[in-house]
Design a binder for this molecule. Structure first.
Ligand SMILES: Cc1ncc(C[n+]2csc(CCOP(=O)(O)OP(=O)(O)O)c2C)c(N)n1
Ligand SMILES: [Mg+2]
Length: 903
């Protein structure tokens, strides 16, 4: 290094010097630099020092000096041209392949929209990322047959036409498939708009299109892979998780909110590629700023290895001819909005706007024509640069890598939308635009046919197909591919559940305690002990799970580097490399992402695991509903457990905490089985059934159970009710005394069943009314079953009618119904039309309150008095009780009718 004052070469360049003299020289040199700095500061102020340091930083980076981590580096490529490895493939043939993929991807969307205007689809996202994907397909993404078991690639959802188009060239999809893009319901099938394992279970692995979910799911997937390895459930494989993300997508909290986990866990198996086309749907991502610089700071700040791929090879020479770094500096000043404008305006504008204000810069590009200047490629469109970045990312150790690749949205569309604000929505190209596209990418389609936008696949045996198939063979087969390794887990012995069926003989326990006990036993049962993955977002003590810390340990990739404060206690906070519990901290989204990773491990990692995710029920479906939807789409299996559930069962916590709606939010999730169990035996029956269906029979369903923290004596299971428990309704206790007139049926769920049982006694003892009590374990199950039967009957009018479980449960006699639960009234209402009599639904609509259970149940009118009164009112309306009965009962039951309904 040259000293700024003496101009002398630094000691590090003089190997012949003795150690002592080298140290002296180093010290002297350092002193001189510091004195220079001080001098400048005194003479010209701190601002000038900052300017000089920035200049030096640019100089250092351009000459290949690795700099210590700082938030931002100059607006230049991280990898210098000298560091780029030679390209391992045939660039010309790869370009031809890529061009064909581009064409077919575009043609799919154009043709779909010609035939069905408004059917949608995206051309411009893939157009911007084609090189990012093709370099991956030809050189990096390993398929399932690779010894690693394959990489896990999360494709940007809107790039799916490109992924289909490549699968078409690989011979995995047919012309008909492509013709039926976004026409899934057509005969012969079609292709879904976006990656959905539910719809293409042998193709897509990961749903990504709800922005932000791909990144967080990928991140926790990478961590889960480590978990499997550290626990000895899978051999370390070296497989990578590749996550392709949009730059606009990075604004979703899920995209960046969890990124600090990855460096903390040293997830070198995670590579995130951000397609920085500087645009989102409506316009620029950061018109007034620089998204690449912003993302660099965010990722680098938490310890990611950041590789910027901003400029293509054509720029290298310009930078080389500008050792002062004027060009990098200027490009660092230009805001993204200006870059976008320059791309649309062309070379003359670019020259004037970026190079025109500085004599040296003008000279730097004077031997380039406007057109040449304009066509200098960006980094994300240069396979050499992209390859170098991927190579560096794959070889990097110790931390995750993010590649920030600068691209152009709608690349190749020209006037039809390249880089324009409307490009995201561009779905139609006219003949002229198609011709332009054909010519730009040399697609061998004759002029007279271009207007039809025909799909193009070279003949079998052509060099392009041979090359592409050979590359994929070498890399372990096609990607994406979802492949299930069948591994059936035999269910635990029935004896595991026996104690729960017997009841607690008067001892008061909560359903949460019962569930945690089942979990603890599964963690000891030979068939499930290693495979259960308990997941909690910092709530284990709330649910009484702390004994599990000791029993099976909390997973930590580094073990436990400290002595826990409670080391001497029996239940100390034990972290271990092979710990089993995923204690995620306060992130329901992260915990849910772990649930998805564990619940799909059979299809992604070749190991079946059984996730049991316990969360504060209010912060489940309400907060992370979209991740639940993605879990469903992913065909994840496992148990979601909403603990401290129920608007009135969770006392004291008030409006934000008391959950009275999660079962309603669970209602639309098609493959979810949701239960609101009242007693320990109901939980045992549901969990046993879930284990059988999901892990023995391999059904793609998952379960949701709510459990409460109210303690009460758990009764023994009545005989013969298992099927009813699973189907959603069974008779818990019949009323005594045969009274003439309509039958009274009282339905109760969860802890509110106890109120209903009390109401039964009140009705009998104080009003002489006999009522049957039913436990309604799942309105969702009842409704799904009834809808199914109803539909069948509608479509098979001549045949014997199917009778849904809810209807079959009750006799043909005249009856009235009261249904009470700790959830909103919409739930029981959802089955009302299959009941053979009028229903009075009682529920907890409205905001919760900080109060005790008794007051809460009175407030929401789901207490025993309200249930009894509702039954009397229903009877009176039916003409089966004397006029005035309900009015009188208000007084007897101490119900204040003037109490306002306060949401
Ligand atoms: C959660 C969510 N919100 C909104 C959308 C609608 N949407 C689809 S694509 C898009 C813009 C994407 O921009 P970017 O992430 O930059 O991707 P690009 O197409 O530019 O590569 C939006 C807003 C969505 N899919 N998901
Ligand atoms: Mg974008």
């Amino acid at each position: 290094m040259i000293s700024p004052r003496t101009g002398r070469e630094g000691a590090s360049r003089l190997p012949a010097m003795t150690r002592r003299r080298t140290e002296d020289a180093d010290a002297l040199e350092l002193r001189e630099w510091i004195e220079s700095l001080d001098e400048v500061r005194l003479r010209s102020g701190p601002e000038r020092v900052a300017v000089l340091l920035r200049e030096l930083q640019i100089r250092a980076q351009l000459s290949g000096v690795p700099l210590p981590v700082t938030a931002q580096t100059p607006y230049a490529n991280t990898i210098s041209p000298e560091e780029e490895p030679a390209y391992p493939g045939d660039r010309a043939i790869e370009r031809r392949i890529k061009s064909l993929v581009r064409w077919n991807a575009m043609a799919m969307v154009v043709r779909a929209n010609r035939e069905s205007p408004g059917i949608g689809g995206h051309i411009s996202t893939y157009a911007s990322s084609a090189t990012l994907y093709e370099v991956g397909f030809n050189h990096f993404f390993r398929g399932r047959d690779d010894p690693s078991g394959g990489d896990h690639v999360y494709f940007q959802g809107h790039a799916s036409p490109g992924i289909y188009a490549r699968a078409f060239l690989e011979g995995r999809l047919t012309v008909r498939d492509l013709e039926n893009f976004r026409r899934e319901l057509r005969g012969g099938g079609g292709l879904p708009s976006y990656p959905h394992p539910w719809l293409m279970p042998e193709f897509w692995e990961f749903p990504t299109v709800s922005m932000g979910l791909g990144p967080i799911l990928a991140l926790y997937r990478a961590r889960f892979e480590r978990y499997l390895e550290n626990r000895g459930l899978r051999e370390p494989s070296g497989a990578k998780v590749w996550c392709f993300v949009g730059d606009g997508e990075c604004d979703e909290p899920e995209s960046l909110g969890a990124i600090s986990l990855a460096p903390r866990e040293g997830l070198e198996n995670l590579i995130c590629v951000v397609n920085c086309n500087l645009q989102r749907l409506d316009g620029p991502v950061r018109g007034n700023g620089k998204i690449i610089q912003e993302l660099e700071a965010v990722f680098r700040g938490v310890g990611w290895n950041v590789i910027k791929v901003v400029w293509g090879g054509g720029w290298d020479e310009l930078f080389a001819r500008d050792p002062e770094g004027r060009l990098v500096r200027r490009l660092g000043e230009v805001v993204d909005g200006d870059f976008l404008k320059a791309h649309v305006e062309g070379g003359a504008y670019l020259r004037r706007r970026f190079f025109g204000e500085d004599e040296d810069l003008r000279r730097l590009v004077e031997d380039l024509s406007d057109d040449e200047l304009w066509h200098l490629r960006l980094g994300g469109h240069d396979p050499g640069k992209v390859h170098a970045a991927y190579r560096a990312a794959v070889d990097h150790t110790g931390s995750p890598t993010v590649i920030l690749a600068r691209t152009i949205k709608g690349y190749g569309l020209g006037e039809a939308g390249e880089g324009r604000n409307v490009t995201h929505q561009q779905k139609k190209l006219n003949e002229e635009e198609l011709l332009h596209f054909r010519d730009r990418f040399d697609i061998p389609i004759p002029r007279e046919r271009v207007g039809e936008a025909p799909f193009y696949r070279p003949v079998e045996g052509s060099p392009e197909l041979e090359y592409l198939l050979e590359r994929r063979r070498k890399l372990g087969g096609s990607v994406p591919r979802r492949r299930i390794v069948v591994s059936r887990i035999p269910p635990p012995e029935d004896s595991l559940f026996a104690e729960f069926l017997e009841g607690t003989k008067g001892r008061e326990v909560s359903t949460t305690m019962a569930l945690v006990r089942i979990l603890a036993k599964l963690l000891r049962d030979p068939s499930t002990e290693r495979l259960v993955v308990p997941i909690v977002p910092d709530e284990a003590r709330t649910f009484g799970m702390e004994a599990l810390f000791r029993q099976c340990g909390i997973y930590s990739s580094v073990g436990q580097l400290y002595e826990p404060v409670d080391a001497k206690s029996l239940l100390y906070y034990r972290e271990a490399r092979d710990g089993q519990i995923l204690e995620e901290g306060i992130t329901e989204a992260g915990a849910m992402s772990s649930f998805v990773a564990a619940g799909t491990a059979h299809a992604v990692h070749g190991v079946t695991t059984i996730p049991i995710f316990l969360f504060y029920s209010m912060f489940g479906f309400q907060r992370i509903g979209d991740l639940v939807w993605a879990a469903a789409d992913s065909r994840a299996r496992g148990f979601l457990v909403g603990a401290t559930a129920g608007r009135t069962t969770l006392a004291g916590e008030g409006l934000q905490h008391q959950d009275g709606q999660s079962h309603l939010l669970a209602l639309p999730v098609p493959n979810l089985r949701a239960y609101d169990p009242a007693y320990a035996y109901e939980i045992a029956v549901v969990v046993r059934d879930g284990l059988r269906r999901m892990f023995e029979e391999g059904e793609d369903v998952f379960y949701y159970l709510t459990v409460g923290n109210e303690t009460y004596a758990q009764p023994a299971m009545p005989a013969g009710v298992e099927e009813g428990i699973l189907r959603g309704l069974y008779p818990f206790r019949r009323g005594s005394g045969g009274v003439a007139g309509p039958k009274v049926h009282l339905l109760g769920s969860g802890s509110i069943l106890n109120e209903v049982i009390r109401a039964q006694s009140i009705l009998e003892e104080r009003f002489g009314v006999a009522a049957d009590v039913w436990s309604a374990t799942s309105y969702k199950a009842l409704r799904d079953d009834a809808l199914e039967a109803e539909r069948w009957n509608r479509l098979h009018p001549g045949e014997e009618e199917r009778i849904p479980h809810v209807r079959r449960s009750f006799g043909p006699e005249d009856a009235v119904f009261v249904a009470a639960s700790d959830y909103v009234t919409a739930l029981p209402d959802s089955i009302a039309r299959w009941l053979p009599g009028p229903l009075v639904p009682l529920g907890t609509d409205g905001f919760g309150r900080s109060e005790d259970r008794e007051a809460l149940r009175r407030h929401f009118e789901v207490d025993h008095r309200s249930v009894a009164h509702a039954a009397l009112w229903a009877l009176e309306r039916r003409g089966a009780a004397a006029k005035g009965t309900a009015q009188k009962a208000l007084r007897t039951l101490e119900i204040d009718p003037s109490k306002p309904r306060r949401p």
